[in-house]
Design a protein around this ligand. Structure first.
Ligand code: GDP
Ligand code: ZN
Length: 309
């Protein structure tokens, strides 16, 4: 029977079958997994799997097959720099929740998030929460960022988590998609998730009572149903996603406004730093903002030099 993984505690998975029933599942036997990712976890939230019922009354099931992933998002595995942890799979969109004030989210963080989404070919949007705290002195900062990201093609929402109309706008946007939610702590992610899902407590209770290992759940993503066709995946404690595997020479491809300019650079291995006749540098303050270029340079700096060069 087909099912989708909603929660993982490492060895147990909460999966929902096509009739809407949740099962407490574990893996048994060997099945084909994607060897191209050296992952610490064979199955991730969002995965489609096949299950066999083990005990109908206890709600126990066995996962014996995993479907090919449409996409997935990874991060470095905790305590292991070589291995990867698959955060979530089969996503339609990624949303970063940010705040202009209290706390202030750096544009560098937003840009790293957007870069990751681009690298995984995931549409991305930004929610600026705490609109009520964007007082006069912060309006200019907010406007700069809103304009900047909208111009490059990202959807930007500015909301107050406790305002029903604002939450409805977000709910509308999430329809028909599996969306990953991310954000630094303190930006109001839990508040937004709770406002989106008034019945959430019921559901989380039902899931954790079957998995029995709730205390580990904070390091794992968890998926929630908005309706039959719309899910969000919350990623508690995940601060940063996997930009670790990006080639320095490909970095600019993941900045949409730079990507368009790349054929115009004189050198096709241009890193857009010191090279002459660089179309990206020529476009600074025109179609490439200084803020974004700054993020580009910071990220470039953080990427390992390729050994074959
Ligand atoms: P999380 O760490 O991202 O999950 O953030 P929380 O949802 O726990 O929210 C952090 C704090 O911000 C809490 O005190 C919330 O009440 C507050 N908060 C959330 N949304 C808003 C908002 O739209 N405006 C204001 N002023 N405070 C908010
Ligand atoms: Zn260049």
């Amino acid at each position: 029977m087909k099912a989708r993984v909603y929660k993982s505690t490492g060895s147990h998975y909460s999966v929902k079958d096509e009739h809407g029933r949740f099962w407490n599942a574990r893996i048994r036997g060997r099945f084909k997994i994607d060897k191209s990712i050296r992952a610490t976890n064979p199955i991730a939230v969002g995965d489609w799997v096949n299950i066999i019922i083990e005990n109908e009354d206890d709600g126990k099931a066995i996962i014996n097959q995993i479907d090919k992933r449409k996409n997935y998002i990874i991060r470095e595995a905790p305590q292991n720099r070589i291995k990867r942890h698959i955060v979530a799979a089969n996503l339609d969109e990624a949303i970063v929740i940010a705040t202009i004030n209290n706390p202030r989210t750096s544009h560098g963080f937003i840009d790293r998030f957007l870069l990751t989404a681009e690298a995984y070919h995931l549409p991305a949007s930004i929610i600026f929460n705490k609109a009520d705290l964007i007082t006069e002195e912060y309006i200019a900062d907010w406007k700069i960022l809103e304009d900047l990201y909208q111009k490059i093609g990202y959807s930007v929402f500015t909301i107050q988590a406790t305002v029903k109309e604002d939450i409805d706008k977000i709910r509308q946007h999430l329809k028909g998609k599996t969306t990953l939610f991310s954000g630094h702590s303190g930006v109001g992610k839990s508040t937004i998730v709770n406002e989106l899902f008034p019945n959430l407590n019921l559901k989380t209770l039902a899931i954790s009572s079957t998995s029995g290992k709730g205390q580990h759940s904070t390091t794992f993503a968890e998926m929630f149903d908005l309706d039959d066709n719309s899910q969000i995946i919350d990623t508690p404690g995940v601060k940063e996603f996997g930009i670790i595997d990006i080639d320095r020479y490909e970095l600019a491809h993941y900045f949409p406004e730079m990507k368009a300019l790349l054929p115009e650079c004189k050198f096709n291995n241009c890193l857009h730093v010191n090279e002459p006749e660089c179309a990206v540098k020529d476009a600074l303050e025109i179609s490439v903002s200084i803020l974004r270029y700054e993020s580009y340079l910071n990220i470039l700096d953080s990427l390992p030099q390729a050994e074959y060069l």
